[in-house]
Design a protein around this ligand. Structure first.
Ligand code: NAD
Length: 470
């Protein structure tokens, strides 16, 4: 792209060094952090249309409303949450010392770590760059950001936005592909937040090991929706449709597949078709609101799942319109009861294809989920409290929305992150502030302390030792 030169590997370490020495010279205080967050919020709000245009160019077409909601509102919401609670979170917390150590005092003091690295993926290229960045700034750190090479227009927008909002020396942006990403992950950050695939997450963890860099890994996986017997199918279909077809399924927490009671499968297929037609038109005529697949590589990967399903004789239902590889347009498509060895059931889908698997009993559905990697998200649908509890008790996922999809991501008070292969650690709001701070334990000894007596000859302090050893 014109006027856009990728970062040279040789620039990475000196840039980190510059960010670190600036931080050491002037660690951002409360007023500075509030100012940075406020300016970032203001700049993003003013440049929302420009942002949507940049993201739209990267996707060739991205539904504008989806960009405003998922890359705009989410970031504003998180910044608002950070600004609202920051003063309270920064305060040291006094903790008891226990009677044996009285009259000393103790506190836990959140301290900024230094420089936080942020590696972002392409699917929500503003959200997944700016929410970790804003959280790191709130915690008093400087930030080095690496956006995805697959969203060069957005990367350019981010660089310009940050240059406008944050004084130079506190944030920097590196651009480039996997080679720059690998070198970036090997830098001695004080903390590194990586959002991307599980496969690359493994490489990032290996690279971070060299410096024992603490990591937050926000990865992917197959997130199930589980519709219980009691839940109205049309209602489940509507909410699953939103979670699945928002951003054309290119969402880490999109419902990857649906588990539905055997007798209700066909009703679900019909309800999903109705949803697709109402939203996008019988022939996918509402193309404005339907996002494209980001690039040919991703399109061909998804097409490969369909070809594999076809070769296995798996029934496929295209819900509206048809595919157009030239536009990277892939319609909402269902695959009915695919076998487990089908590629679509092996890999994270990350597109508008939705396998529907029927189950005979809730226990069978729970066992199916547990036989696979712990998912990033889980979507139980039931109005029966005992059924929901049974699903929550019987499984473990990174996060859960009950009777809906995606929403747990947006709530500032909920930590967001995976478990096992879907990720490590969490951020958003307080969880992110804590993860990007050192929780410094401080013990404050009193003028007079029993501890002074605990020294040889111990015979002199026997009464005290007898008192505390009980
Ligand atoms: P990706 O893993 O291919 O790339 C993510 C980032 O890592 C990019 O900036 C890339 O340049 C960089 N990178 C590539 N190779 C690297 C290396 N060896 N070392 C360090 N960095 C390297 O992911 P993607 O295709 O951009 O995004 C899709 C994946 O991200 C999906 O699996 C999705 O589930 C996941 N995801 C997770 C979340 C979450 O919050 N948990 C959010 C969005 C996407």
């Amino acid at each position: 792209m014109e006027n856009f030169i990728d970062t040279q590997p040789s620039e990475l370490a000196p840039t980190l060094q510059r960010l670190r020495s600036n931080w050491q010279a002037s660690k951002p205080d409360y007023a500075q952090r509030m100012d940075d967050l406020g300016r970032l919020r203001h700049a993003l709000r003013l440049r929302m249309d420009e942002m949507a245009e940049a993201v739209g160019k990267d996707f060739s077409h991205r539904a504008k409303a989806e960009t405003r909601i998922a890359d705009g509102m989410t970031v504003l919401n998180d910044i608002d949450h950070l600004r609202k609670h920051l003063r309270k979170w920064m305060r040291p917390t006094r903790v008891g010392v226990g009677w044996r150590f009285l009259p000393a005092r103790a506190q836990v003091r959140p301290m900024p770590l230094g420089v936080v690295g942020v590696i972002a993926p392409w699917n929500y290229p503003v959200n997944l760059a700016l929410i970790p960045l804003a959280t790191a700034l709130a915690a008093g750190n400087h930030v080095y950001l690496k956006p995805s090479e697959h969203t060069p227009h957005t990367a350019r927008f981010l660089r310009s936005l940050l240059a406008e909002a944050i004084a130079p020396g506190r944030v920097a942006v590196a651009t480039g592909g996997a080679d720059i990403g690998a070198a970036f992950a090997g830098l001695p950050f004080d903390h590194l937040v990586f959002t991307g695939s599980t496969a690359v997450g493994r490489k990032v963890m290996a690279a971070a090991a060299a410096h024992l860099t603490p990591l937050t890994l926000e990865l992917g996986g197959k997130s199930p929706a589980l519709i219980a017997e009691d839940y109205p199918i049309e209602h489940a279909a509507a909410r699953i449709a939103t979670g699945k077809w928002f951003n054309c399924g290119q969402t880490c927490i999109a419902p990857d597949y649906v588990l539905v009671p055997k007798g209700k499968r066909d009703a679900l297929v019909k309800a999903l078709r109705d949803e697709a037609v109402t939203r996008y038109g019988e022939n996918l005529t509402n193309l404005d609101d339907y996002t494209r697949i980001i690039n040919a590589g991703q399109y061909n990967r998804l097409k490969g799942y369909l070809d594999d399903a076809k070769s296995r004789g798996i029934e496929r239902v295209t819900l509206a319109g048809h595919a157009d590889p030239a536009q990277r347009l892939l319609p909402p498509t269902l695959l009915l009861d695919p076998s487990d060895d089908a590629l679509i059931m092996q890999e994270e889908i990350f597109g508008p294809l939705l396998p529907i698997k029927s189950y005979r009993s809730l226990d069978e559905a729970i066992a199916y989920i547990n036989a696979h990697d712990r998912p990033l998200a889980l979507y139980p649908f039931s109005h029966n409290r005992a059924t929901v509890e049974k699903i929550l008790h019987g499984t473990l996922a990174g996060g859960v929305s009950v009777n809906d999809t995606l929403f747990h991501f947006a709530i500032g008070n909920l930590p967001f992150g995976g478990v096992g292969p879907s990720g490590m650690g969490a951020y958003h709001g307080r969880a992110g502030f804590d993860a990007m701070s050192k929780q410094l334990p401080v013990f404050w000894q009193a003028r007079r302390s029993g501890g002074d007596l605990l020294k040889p000859p111990y015979s002199k302090a026997k009464w005290l030792i007898d008192l505390i050893v009980r």
